[in-house]
Design a protein around this ligand. Structure first.
Ligand SMILES: Cc1ncc(COP(=O)(O)O)c(C=O)c1O
Length: 398
């Protein structure tokens, strides 16, 4: 069993570091009371990561903390002494480093940003079919970015080999045997989101969510939420919620691993093609899997249509609910929730939805937290799905 306490403690250090970064602000946590009523739920909350550091996704939290820890190690600085100004000032001592990674988009953009901020370089590899908008966003942070012919998991192996051959430093957001230290720091970095959410929920009356839907690609994010959000809520006197992972059908490695029921992870073969680019991963992180195996209440695999439904639901809310800009991988939890709670609107699968709803314990007493992990990172898709203009998207709710 992984050291959950260590992960949660690391999240506090990460948050202190993040708080000193330019542009840091806790992202909003909003309630959607009209949607909750419509779905027959007690409450729906959304933690909105679309404006995190101006990067449109939560991922920069992980890469910034991992880069800080790596630099701190070279400088002999203790983790609790790491701060932005100090790391910038000691840049001449460290020399110029090249951080290397593979990405579906958001992690690479976050790493490129963190490298630039701290005075270093980034080299980013993307899987086949990567969207030009995501490539451009990474290059805009000053990184060199190449789209490969490979599926995601092979692009990760390619980046690892490149780093080995060129003396670069691999900063990958997934772990495998022998490569766990840096992915653990990345997971700690995601913990900042969990600490903010727990504080915000405490401020909303402190009843806390009964369920948290967490998207899974390689599972690092979901595991970080299981470990850090679970701990942060119970520390503040709220009960531990049920964590439910959400993945695309086409890349459902966590679902397959949990369904196998023997505690051993499974891979998802094939091209992993899905609209949900950020979740298009076929192999679970070795660090994330034990946390997910022990801590998930359930795993769900969804068709792309539920991501589209979620994007529309959040972009075009009902009643007084605020509008949210949520991309494919960010919105699938909202689409899944709608599928579960409004089976009459899914005439092909009402029985499945009813069974799943019951197994998850969703009903009028449920208070569901969804994490919209990205904004319109592929604006053309967001516009096509929502029928709205990304440029004219709501500036933001309060
Ligand atoms: C927007 C978004 N949500 C969720 C995830 C899932 O994170 P993980 O790969 O750690 O499971 C990603 C991963 O890139 C992402 O980009």
């Amino acid at each position: 069993m992984p050291d959950l306490g260590g992960l949660a403690a690391g999240a506090h250090l990460a948050r202190n570091f993040h708080a000193g970064l330019p542009g840091y602000a806790p992202t909003p946590l909003v309630g959607l009371p009209t949607l909750a009523r419509r779905l027959g739920l007690g409450a729906v909350f959304v933690k909105d990561e679309s404006r995190r550091f101006g990067l449109e996704a939560f991922k920069g939290l992980g890469s910034a903390w991992a880069v800080a820890r790596l630099l701190g190690e070279r400088l002999g600085m203790a983790p609790d002494a790491l701060d932005f100004a100090g790391l910038r000032a000691s840049r001449p001592q460290v020399g110029e480093l090249t951080f290397v990674t593979a990405t579906d988009g958001n992690h690479g953009r976050g790493l490129a940003w963190a490298a630039r901020l701290l005075g270093h370089r980034a080299r980013v590899f993307m899987p086949a079919g990567a969207s030009p908008a995501r490539v451009a966003a990474i290059r805009a942070q000053g990184a060199e970015c190449t789209v490969t012919e490979l599926a995601y998991d092979d692009a990760v192996r390619h980046a690892a080999a490149y780093a080995r051959e060129t003396g670069g430093v691999l900063v990958q957001d997934t772990a495998w045997e022998g490569y766990e230290k840096i992915p653990a720091w990345i997971m700690e970095g995601y913990g900042t989101l969990a600490l903010e959410a727990a504080e915000q929920l405490a401020g909303l009356g402190g009843v806390g969510p009964t369920h948290v839907f967490v998207q899974a690609g390689v599972g690092s994010f979901a595991a970080a939420m299981v470990a850090c959000l679970g701990a942060a809520l119970t520390t503040r006197g709220m009960p531990r919620p049920r964590f439910v992972s959400v993945e695309p059908h086409a890349a459902d490695c966590v679902f397959r691993s949990l369904a196998a029921g023997d505690g051993r992870p499974r891979t998802c073969p094939g091209s992993l093609e899905t609209l949900m680019a950020g979740l298009s991963c076929g192999e679970v992180s070795t660090l994330a899997w034990p946390v997910l195996s022990a801590g998930l209440h359930a795993a769900c695999a969804c068709p792309d249509e539920l991501a589209r439904l979620g994007m529309r639901l959040l972009a075009r809310p009902c009643g007084e609910d605020p509008a949210l800009v949520s991309g494919e991988s960010g919105a699938v939890g909202a689409g899944l929730l709608h599928w579960l709670m409004r089976p009459e609107e899914n005439p092909e699968t009402p029985g499945d939805a009813a069974r799943a709803r019951k197994a998850l314990g969703l009903g009028p007493g449920a208070r569901v937290l969804i994490i919209s992990t990205e904004g319109a990172t592929y604006p053309a898709v967001w516009e096509a799905v929502t029928g709205l203009s990304a440029a004219a998207a709501p500036p933001h709710h309060a």
